[in-house]
Design a protein around this ligand. Structure first.
Ligand code: PLP
Length: 392
């Protein structure tokens, strides 16, 4: 059975070109870039080439990029750097829909006495800029707002937010883990001070990421030790993965427009067909300002886990916002913040596509899923009643 992988916001396949570029640095060239001799020292050049590629994708200067172990470390580092930069201030603004890498770090700081404002979102997962402006006060040391949401794909107005914050001279970090490589980002134009990205969301390996720190911004390292990354992130560099991330960014840069069109066309076909073929389905998220690869659908009167298990029998991979499959005790905090009714949260499924999905795969899901939903609804007393009512 072939796998139909539609969970690319969870992680992605390593691109063959990325693997090819990495392999010699796992086998033959395994030196330490800090070594004096050529066998190790020559790797410094490769790291700098990768840094240039990451910077190019973002419209940044290579000096503004540090390599990290992934999105979580980049997010934690950015927030902690802001806290250390403004020791007299105690207020951070974020949103209710951030990834746990930001959300739980902010909650951790709240336990240490920091005041955190979690901005609400509307029923499409969008922010109200007035809420942000009202929340800012003299004590605010950082605003951290994600570029695009991992669960529903809603893209926030980062340009507008950045302009407001720059005018008020407030440090602005954005978690762009889900946006980088999927939508164009030009940091020459977008006024953010720090931006996080993660390799495994854009066809590089897991365990590698980067943090952009705008030139002139105050910065305090979070991981302290050796002199690597000019003292901004200690630890022997993950050379193969850094090279892989560079290649992944180069590929994203070359293909971003084509890929946007290709993936959004497949996503739209999947979404439209399921809405047509299954009754009582709703789209969660902003239908317009959304990542091209993501659709989050609620199938009323069915459990998300049951849908996932049935899809798994056909090799179809996706994820659900209900508690049991999200690895937490609570159902999706994103869907709850959006005011999605509990019945709809429990039946929510996120499909997230990539350049490696084909139209045949999407057709297969369209062929299989309506039958799964219908069968599951017939098994549930409430769903059965609804189906019978519809027939009358
Ligand atoms: N931020 C967002 C929006 C994410 O989607 C993720 C991963 O799912 C992360 C941060 C964490 O990234 P990593 O898995 O590289 O630590």
């Amino acid at each position: 059975m072939n796998t139909i992988y539609l969970d690319n916001n969870a992680t992605t396949k390593v691109a063959p070109e990325v693997l090819e570029e990495m392999l010699p640095y796992l086998t033959d060239f395994y030196g330490n870039p800090s070594s004096m001799y050529t066998f190790g020292g020559q790797l410094k050049k490769k790291i700098e080439e990768a840094r240039e590629k990451v910077a190019l994708l973002l419209g940044a200067d290579p000096e503004e990029i540090i390599f990290t172990s992934g999105g979580t470390e980049s997010d934690n580092t950015a927030i902690m750097s802001a806290v250390e930069s403004f020791p007299a201030k105690r207020h951070i603004i974020t949103t209710r829909v951030e990834h746990p890498a930001v959300r739980n770090f902010c909650k951790h700081l709240a336990r240490k006495g920091y005041r955190i404002t979690f901005l609400p979102v509307d029923n499409q997962g969008q922010l109200n800029i007035d809420d942000l402006v009202k929340a800012i006060d003299d004590d605010t040391l950082l605003v951290t707002i994600m570029f695009a949401n991992n669960e529903v794909g809603t893209v926030f107005p980062i340009q507008e937010i950045g302009e407001i914050l720059r005018e008020r001279k407030i440090l602005f970090h954005t978690d762009a883990v889900q946006a980088v490589g999927k939508i164009p980002i030009d940091l020459n134009k977008v006024p953010v001070d720090m931006l996080s990205l993660s390799g495994h969301k854009l066809h590089a390996p897991k365990g590698i990421g980067a943090l952009y720190i705008r030139k002139g911004s105050r910065f305090y390292p979070y991981i302290i030790g050796g002199h690597q990354e000019k003292g901004r992130r200690a630890g022997t560099e993950n050379v193969p993965s850094i090279i892989g991330l560079g290649k992944a960014c180069e590929l994203a840069m070359l293909n971003i427009d084509n890929e946007y069109n290709y993936v959004s066309k497949l996503r739209d076909k999947l979404e439209k067909s399921l809405l047509k073929l299954c009754p009582d389905v709703r789209i969660n998220g902003d239908p317009e300002k959304r990542l091209p690869n993501t659709t989050n659908l609620s199938f009323e009167y069915v459990e998300g886990e049951a849908i996932l298990l049935r899809m798994n029998e056909y090799g179809i991979c996706a994820s659900s916002g209900s508690a049991c499959t999200s690895g937490s005790l609570e159902p999706s905090h994103v869907l709850r913040a959006m005011g999605v009714p509990f019945t709809a949260i429990h039946g929510s499924i996120r499909f997230s596509l990539s350049r490696y999905n084909t139209e045949e795969e999407i057709d297969k899901v369209i062929e299989i899923l309506p039958g799964i939903i219908n069968t599951l609804r017939l098994l549930s007393p409430f769903g059965r009643d609804r189906l019978q009512l519809k027939k009358i």
